[in-house]
Every structure is written in C-alpha cells, then in structure tokens.
Design a protein around this ligand. Structure first.
Ligand SMILES: [Zn+2]
Length: 264
C-alpha cells in the first residue's frame, strides 16, 4: 500500500497497520539530496550533508500522525539485537547492532538499507515489534530467528502471533553472488540450493527475501502472515536506492529506512 504526502512516498503494510503498528518502507522520492536530485536520503552522514538528511527525515516522519521518537543504530551486518526500553533509551543511536525491538508505544524503530533486506515484525498479542536489517551476512547469521528469540524471551512473543513484512531489497532477479556467499549458505542451510539460480562459473543469483521468509516460517511464523514487497531495489532505481547499481556509477548512494512502531 502506497502512502504519499507532499511528494514523499512510502510503502506500508496494511495488515500490520490494522494490527496497530504504524510502519513504512521509504522510497527515494520527495527529498532534498543531490542523489542525483530530490532524493529522500535518510542516512549515511559520510555521503550526504547532515542538513539534507535531517530535512529528509522530517519530511518522512510527516507521513505518520502523532509524536514519534525515531531510533536508528550503527549497523554492522551482525546478528545482534537491541532492546529499546523507552523513549529516553530510543534517543541513543550509537549502539552497534542490526535489529531493534521494543514493546513501548511511540517509538519508531528504524533500520537502514540499500539492497539489503529489511524485515519488520509486529506481535499484536504483546504489543512488541521489531525492525531487522538482513544482508547476506545477517541472513546467514539467522538474524530474524535471533530477533524472534529475543522477543520471546523479553516480551513472551509467540511466533504464531507475529505478522511480518519483508521490504524492497535486491531480488533474486539481480543479486549475483560469488563462491564465498554460496558456500556460506550451503554450510548453514539444508535448503540453500533452492535460493540460488546459477549464472556464470562460480556465481549465482540469490533470493534473500525468500531466505528470510523461509527462516520466519521455520521459526513458527505462519506463511499467510508474512507479506513480501514485490520490488527489487536493483530493478527499480526509479523508486529505491541500490548500492550495487549506483555505487559505481554515481559514487554516492542514498539510504532507505524501514520503520515500525506501536501506537499508544
Ligand atoms: Zn531485480
């Protein structure tokens, strides 16, 4: 479901919203960053002016009614999960991890991406939610499974109550990987070969959205409660930023963010 305000567009999961979780996957439209122009770059302070990012975040947050504390983290392709206790705790964005979870209202958990897979989770029964950044390393490290385990330990979340939305990411149509990645998946997942489409010697296309969907199902999330955005960031650079597509040609790549939070 698309939402738009003053030229800023985002993709939102209607079912999660119906469960009481405000959520959205950003696009590149309606911003102020020269990437190449009017780009809604929402992170990456070393590649864009801070005032652009702050203005873009202000525009992005206007799509959500109410008073929200946005919280992001320093991502490093790990399987570390951070518990965000309250709004005060949410103000710190220097924590290093790749997933965030909270059961407090009014906090907008955010993960950044540009090709990696963003996954957001909402548990209507306990009010807990989570935002997860899963690149290939995080996927191999089973970060969505780790996040569900933390939600279960911390908030009593049961996987069968969870609804998940998997956001736009480099798709199985475009994301080619080499022997190192193929080997990492083969040694960690019995069904790894179902994720690959062989290309040239020693290379294959990998479907990371599907890999994360499989992990959610194996953790007990019902398949009908997993919603996958039908967009590849590498195919659709008109809508999204793609690190792999744009880094070499433009030098600088914007960052998308994916957010979820519980309404008070
Ligand atoms: Zn594609």
């Amino acid at each position: 479901m698309w939402r738009e305000r003053d030229g800023v567009r985002l993709l939102s999961c209607h079912e999660l919203e119906r469960d009481g979780f405000i959520n959205g996957f950003s696009t590149r439209m309606g911003g102020t960053s020269p990437m190449p122009q009017n780009a809604l770059n929402l992170a990456g302070f070393h590649e864009d002016a801070a005032e652009n990012i702050h203005e873009n975040r202000r525009r992005f947050l206007r799509l959500f009614d109410g008073d929200w504390q946005l919280t992001a983290v320093w991502q490093m392709h790990s399987a570390d999960v951070r518990i965000v206790r309250d709004r005060e705790d949410a103000r710190s964005d220097q924590v290093r991890c790749d997933a965030l979870t909270t059961n407090a209202a009014g906090i907008l958990l955010a993960v950044k991406s540009a090709d990696c897979v963003p996954v957001i989770l909402g548990d209507q029964r306990t009010g807990a939610c989570a935002a997860v950044h899963a690149g290939w390393r995080g996927t191999v490290a089973r970060i969505v499974e780790r996040t569900l385990e933390r939600m279960s330990a911390q908030y009593g979340t049961r996987a069968e109550d969870v609804r998940a939305a998997i956001g736009p990411a480099a798709g199985g149509c475009c994301y080619e990987v080499g022997a190192e990645v193929i080997e990492a998946f083969r040694s960690n997942f019995d069904d790894a070969d179902s994720l690959f489409q062989p290309t040239r010697e020693g290379h294959a296309l990998i479907d990371l959205q599907r890999a994360n969907r499989n992990q959610l199902i194996q953790s007990g999330v019902k398949s009908e409660r997993i919603h996958t955005a039908p967009f590849c960031t590498m195919c659709r650079t008109d809508l999204f930023f793609s690190y792999r597509r744009e880094k070499s040609t433009l030098g600088r790549v914007g960052r998308l963010i994916s957010v979820i939070g519980r309404q008070g």
